[in-house]
Design a protein. Structure first.
Length: 326
């Protein structure tokens, strides 16, 4: 029976280019060595308790279980899905060769490899049903997504999916999984704001941090959308000039340069881009001490400072506090 698996492409999607180039998917935990040398999942977990003794017991079990699934349960013909954060699209492929342990195919940190034939077509996250979005937002590196296989196949074929509620087949529910799903849902809500609402949201975040803000009026802004300063008159340093880009495409190096050259020249620079940044933009940011914030980091900051945001800002992004066990 064909199964569907989500496999995360590294912490920051850095593995996707080499996966596509070499026709593979891979995971880490190289400290285990070749997982095929362990006869049972329990033996792998026992090893995890020894080599990851600084981690919580539940974390050790979760890590070992994911390595076991990847190396022992994924079979030829199974479907693999992974998420490209920068494009907000899902890649889908088919397993052509089962697990092998090889430090040379991808990287020594990701030696557990399966071979995958990746589809050319990718599925935008916006096309998925809300149930699929929620389930695929898990923080786990390897997990089953069989409930959404039909929906994904229909989207690949250019057809409307027949949406049904999933059965609860996942017994491993961990705190990190729950939190990541919530953060992913918030990212989806932020992504739906228009550019002017996004400026208001970033301004409200800065206010929560203790800054006074001045938002540029609609029209040409000279490269600066928001000015933030500590005192009411704007004399006290540090002064922060902020550019906000809310779009699907990545912000480029020249856009970072434009912010650096905008008035006031001696202000600190903050660039918020929900579409992420090109490599050139990241390099310029590091060279000139520009703080770059993508959608994921923006949402993390919003959650951290949400209670101190002005009411009018929170109305743009209504959130409900939920308590979960430690």
């Amino acid at each position: 029976m064909m199964k569907w698996w989500m496999v995360r492409a590294g912490d920051h999607n850095e593995l996707i280019p080499i996966w596509k180039q070499k026709g593979v998917a891979s995971i880490g935990w190289a400290e285990f060595g070749d997982p095929k040398n362990y006869s049972t999942r329990e033996a792998l977990i026992e090893k995890a308790h020894k080599i990851y003794e600084e981690e919580k017991p539940a974390t050790r079990i979760t890590w070992a279980s994911q390595v076991w699934r990847f190396s022992h349960e994924i079979k030829v013909g199974d479907r693999i899905i992974t998420y490209a954060k920068d494009k907000r699209e899902y890649l889908v492929g088919t397993v052509t060769k089962e697990h092998e342990y090889d430090e040379t195919i991808v990287d020594e940190y990701y030696p557990n490899v399966i071979h995958v034939k990746w589809e050319k077509k990718q599925i935008p996250r916006d096309q998925l049903s809300q149930g699929a979005k929620n389930s695929l937002g898990s923080t786990l590196t390897v997990f089953r997504v069989d409930d959404w296989g039909d929906e994904l196949e229909r989207l690949l074929a250019g057809k409307e999916p027949v949406v049904s509620e999933p059965e609860d087949n996942e017994d491993e529910v961990i705190k990190e999984d729950f939190v990541q799903k919530a953060l992913t849902m918030i990212q989806d809500k932020v992504d739906q704001l228009d550019p002017w609402q996004m400026q208001e949201l970033v301004a409200g975040l800065l206010q929560a941090m203790g800054y006074n803000v001045k938002i540029s009026k609609k029209g040409p802004d000279g490269g600066v959308d928001i000015l933030a300063h500590k005192d009411a008159f704007g004399f006290e340093k540090p002064i922060i000039k902020v550019q906000v880009k809310h779009r699907k495409s990545s912000s480029s190096g020249p856009e970072i340069q434009q912010l650096l050259g905008a008035h006031p020249i001696d202000a600190n620079s903050l660039f918020v881009s929900t579409g992420g940044f090109t490599t050139a933009a990241e390099n310029i940011g590091k060279q000139h001490n520009v703080k770059l914030i993508d959608l994921e980091e923006l949402v993390n900051l919003i959650v951290q400072w949400y209670d101190k945001m002005p009411n009018e800002t929170r109305s743009l992004l209504p959130l409900q506090k939920i308590y979960i066990p430690e």
